[in-house]
Write a protein that binds this ligand. Structure first.
Ligand code: UT7
Length: 315
């Protein structure tokens, strides 16, 4: 059966850097508290007129430029986002128009912070079914639009940005590079993280989400390795949703990833929800920290509560 491979990545972050010290001027917090409890040193915040689609489009353009494919080769665009303000046209159609892709299947997907992994699996399944051949999968967020800048428990956490991947069908005899997805949700905990109503703000029971992430996610990540036929000791990089450095370390510790680089883009980008995994992965690859073909474990988790993970071969 045909599988798929991630063949290139791209990312975009707004130019404005917001430091912890800057936030300490608007809410009762400190650089020390934020570094200790979350691991963030700074985040990027989009300009007023800069949209989710703008950021998604630039990241997708970079991924396409590195793929060796052209816009006419792409027949599917999926954008994972929970922060796009506009309902229609969706972000995927705008990305397609920006890139000059003529008639792709174009959909947005909202599973909050696990969105990129869900979208990657959806593209992989479409390719396996013969419904697509070359897809662009994007995670993009403008969380600053959903942030209550008077709430110190949330406003220090989030940032804006986008990451994208080009995913193509494998050639005859070529090994698939996107492993089986392990995805699901915990609907009984749906109210622990909310972005509700109009005008919506992000609200969460931080400790409850923290406990769930550090206890429920490790067995799911191990299942993703098992289903890919990869021992955790073989994983070259662990790219988890960048929610909190302590969560990432807590999960990694339970996986026994003896040879893996642990992505910590949260330090310089904060929590960018669906964008955090492709953003962190794209930077690791750009810095050539992971060899091409090496197994990389992706693990998304967050609002819903939802989760999704798979092992991919590094482009
Ligand atoms: O991406 C979607 C999924 N989201 C997550 O995975 C987030 C999971 N949760 C977390 O990462 C953490 O729970 C937070 C980073 C949100 C909070 O860290 P925490 O270690 O769980 O802190 P806490 O909520 O237990 O608060 C400890 C103390 C409280 O003060 P008291 O009651 O002990 O006096 C808070 O009021 O820290 C206080 N606090 C702050 N202090 C300084 C809360 N926010 C701040 C702040 N600056 N920004």
């Amino acid at each position: 059966m045909t599988g798929s491979r991630v063949i290139s990545l791209g990312h975009y972050q707004p130019s404005r850097v917001v430091t912890n010290d800057e936030l300490a001027q608007i809410v009762d917090t400190s650089d020390e508290w934020i570094r200790d409890r979350v691991g963030i040193q700074q985040r990027r915040i989009a300009a007023d007129g800069e949209t989710v689609a703008d950021m998604a489009g630039i990241a997708a353009e970079k991924a396409l430029a590195g793929s060796g494919l052209s816009a006419t080769d792409i027949d599917m665009v999926i954008v994972a986002t929970c922060s796009s303000v506009d309902r229609c046209p969706n972000v995927a159609s705008r990305v397609a128009a920006h890139l000059g892709i003529a008639a792709p299947a174009a959909m947005d997907l909202n599973t909050a912070c696990s969105g990129f992994s869900y979208a990657l699996a959806t593209a992989d399944h479409a390719i396996r079914a013969g419904a697509a051949h070359n897809a662009i999968v994007v995670g993009a967020e403008k969380l600053s639009d959903l942030t209550d800048w008077t709430d110190r428990t949330t406003c220090i956490l989030f940032g804006d940005g986008a990451g994208a991947a080009v995913v193509r069908a494998t050639a005859d005899g070529e090994e698939p590079g996107v492993g089986p997805v392990v995805w699901g949700s915990a609907p009984d905990k749906k109210d622990t993280l909310k972005i509700e109503g109009w005008r919506p703000y992000i609200w969460q029971e931080g400790q409850a989400v923290f406990r769930w992430a550090t206890t429920a996610i490790p067995p799911i990540a191990l299942q993703a390795c098992e289903r890919a036929g990869v021992d955790p000791s073989e994983i070259a990089a662990f790219v988890a949703h960048q929610a909190n450095a302590r969560i990432i370390d807590g999960i990694a510790k339970r996986l026994n990833l003896t040879n893996a680089i642990i992505a910590k883009d949260i330090v310089e980008s904060g929590n960018t929800s669906a964008a955090s995994i492709p953003l962190a992965l794209s930077k690791l690859v750009e810095r050539r920290e992971v060899p091409s073909g090496a197994p990389v474990l992706l693990m998304g988790f967050g609002g819903g509560l939802t989760y999704s993970g798979q092992v991919i071969r590094c482009p």
